[in-house]
Design a protein around this ligand. Structure first.
Ligand code: DCP
Ligand code: MG
Length: 439
């Protein structure tokens, strides 16, 4: 089979730096970081990130692999086989051929230089004896729900940031501001331990928590003591713990901004903090320049947003070999049918319908092309999605082989908001659906 069967399900919350589109926020928490006379900040915000998440979920199933170099990212055929004597036979990374990538790896594999997003064949050069396991997204989603529910029992004000991370506003959790003995931060540390224990009891998994006066600092802090760590920072800790870090550690400084900062001689967060804010604005523009200055001083007033809607849902798949639009037409058509069916199931599971369908095609040479089509009515069915995909495909020139194909649905509304009769009525007015596109 030419396609990688593990088409990734991607929820796009559209919440990169400075862009909170289409969200329905219910905000909590007061935006101020000033310390009160008891040396307590106005807010205590936690960022919790699960440790080696996919790999750790797999180790629950195969506990005998604990401590070993394990890499997630194989195909279904790489699933472990149980032998007659009850023992297991695992696929080894050295035997992998193909273009798959590492989704994650255990810390033992990371010690050998194997990290997320690395090609599996490149990873095999570094860790040939590592065990290779296929990804099982249903399991990861299940454990994601479980750990979030376990946190909610201790602290209910949660912002969902994806499959393995959340922000939690601890400001109103009972006891969080209490000193314990001589430790003014004893209360907040106790709440952190309680959250970790609750997650551990519910899932058997560990996580790392950063707790600071705001989301920006907490996101950095949760990485400071990974795995299984708790890092509590106040604003006083910024010069010692944050300023020595590379600029990339700030969520919102991506590869491009980082390259530019480094070219300008600013390598650490402290370098940005020491730079003249007016000069930063000259270099990076008003909004980003000011944000860089504030971020480097650990200032961030964003609220913990307890409820958000995904902007779009997508499915995509990379092929094992590049496919030709004409010679492999039937195969491509079948793969696109499957992607649309998966997407339709995702919509049903999440109770959404969508009005804009988009395609993503990556050709050999890594040229990526996208097209989208906005419809009159929100749709949910695989057939309706496939039809819209056909309209998009018609607008693409196929002069190279394809290596990846994806389909996305955006402009989402709750399924309950879609008038039941509308799509059928709409269909009656539409032209014939045959021969719309190449495949
Ligand atoms: N993931 C992925 N592709 C990537 C990065 C991550 O599919 N390029 C998946 C697998 C991870 C999960 O998302 O298990 C969470 O991502 P993290 O960045 O939090 O990585 P881990 O949880 O695996 O490790 P860490 O302990 O560093 O958080
Ligand atoms: Mg993680």
């Amino acid at each position: 089979m030419a396609a990688n069967r593990f088409a990734a399900l991607i929820y796009d919350n559209g919440m990169g730096h400075g862009q909170a589109r289409n969200l329905l926020p219910r905000c909590v928490s007061t935006p101020a970081d000033n310390l009160d006379p008891m040396q307590q900040p106005a807010r205590w915000i936690a960022h919790l990130d699960m440790d080696a998440f996919y790999a750790s979920v797999e180790l629950l199933r195969y506990p005998q692999l604990k401590g070993e170099a394990v890499v997630i990212g194989g195909r279904r055929a790489d699933a472990p086989q149980q032998l007659e004597d009850g023992s297991w036979r695992y696929a080894k990374l050295r035997n992998y051929t193909g273009r798959g990538v590492v989704t994650t790896s255990t810390y033992a594999a990371r010690d050998l230089g194997v990290f997320s997003a690395m090609g599996l064949m490149k990873a095999a050069l570094r860790a040939p004896d590592a065990v290779l396991l296929p990804a099982d997204f249903d399991s990861y989603r299940k454990y994601s729900r479980l750990f979030k529910a376990a946190v909610a029992e201790v602290a209910p004000v949660i912002e969902d940031r994806g499959i393995d991370e959340i922000y939690i506003d601890l400001s109103d959790v009972p006891g969080v501001r209490d000193a314990v003995g001589h430790d003014p931060l004893g209360g907040v540390k106790a709440v952190a331990r309680e959250i970790k224990n609750s997650v551990g009891r519910a899932t058997g998994l560990t996580c790392s928590i950063g707790i600071t006066p705001n989301k920006l600092l907490s996101k950095i802090a949760s990485e400071l003591d990974k795995p299984d760590g708790i890092s509590v920072l106040t604003l006083d800790d910024i010069p010692r713990l944050i300023w020595p870090l590379a600029v990339r550690k700030i969520n919102g400084i991506g590869p491009k901004a980082s390259d530019k900062l480094v070219k300008l001689g600013l390598e650490t967060v402290g370098d940005i903090a020491a730079a003249d804010p007016a000069w930063l604005v000259e270099q990076f523009g008003e909004s980003y320049g000011q944000w860089l200055h504030a971020a480097s001083h650990g200032r961030d007033n964003r609220a913990v947003v307890t409820h958000s809607e995904p902007v779009s849902i997508s499915r995509e798949t990379t092929f094992e070999r590049d496919l030709h639009a004409v010679h492999d037409r039937a195969l491509l058509g079948g793969i696109m049918d499957e992607l649309c069916e998966s997407l339709s199931r995702d919509l049903a599971r999440k109770h959404y319908a969508g009005k804009t369908v988009g395609i993503k095609l990556r050709f050999e040479g890594f040229v990526t092309v996208t097209r989208d089509q906005t419809l009159k009515q929100p749709i949910t069915s695989a057939a309706d999605i496939r039809h819209a995909v056909g309209l998009c495909l018609k607008r693409v020139k196929f002069d190279k082989r394809l290596r990846l194909m994806g389909v996305r649905i955006g402009n989402l509304v709750h399924a309950s908001e879609v008038p039941a009769a509308a799509p059928a009525a709409e269909r009656a007015k539409e032209p014939e659906r045959e021969n719309l596109s190449l495949f």
